[in-house]
Design a protein. Structure first.
Length: 92
């Protein structure tokens, strides 16, 4: 089930925003915050659909998200990720 109120349930909720908007090796630590997050998929879809350029969102860095956006520039990432969550085969 998709959670439209995902930000309130995010593992990073209550963290200092500066911890997620880092560069280089610090991004690995920021991604670890996302690793067990119950709304990681919703967060990632938000960043991809809105082409957010900075920070770690949904466990992905801006570079990783740009790579996905280049592969599917016109995708509705919410639809793609919802389908994947339901177990449907999606070609990225």
């Amino acid at each position: 089930m998709w959670n439209d109120d995902w930000a309130a349930k995010a593992a990073c909720n209550g963290q200092e925003p500066d911890e997620l908007f880092v560069r280089g090796a610090e991004q690995t630590r920021a991604k670890q915050i996302c690793s067990g997050c119950p709304v990681r998929t919703e967060c990632l879809a938000e960043a991809l659909d809105n082409q957010i350029e900075w920070g770690v969102w949904g466990g992905m860095t801006e570079r990783e998200r740009r790579a996905l956006l280049r592969r599917r520039p016109n995708a509705s990432w919410r639809a793609v990720l919802e389908s994947a969550r339901r177990g449907e085969q999606i070609a990225l």
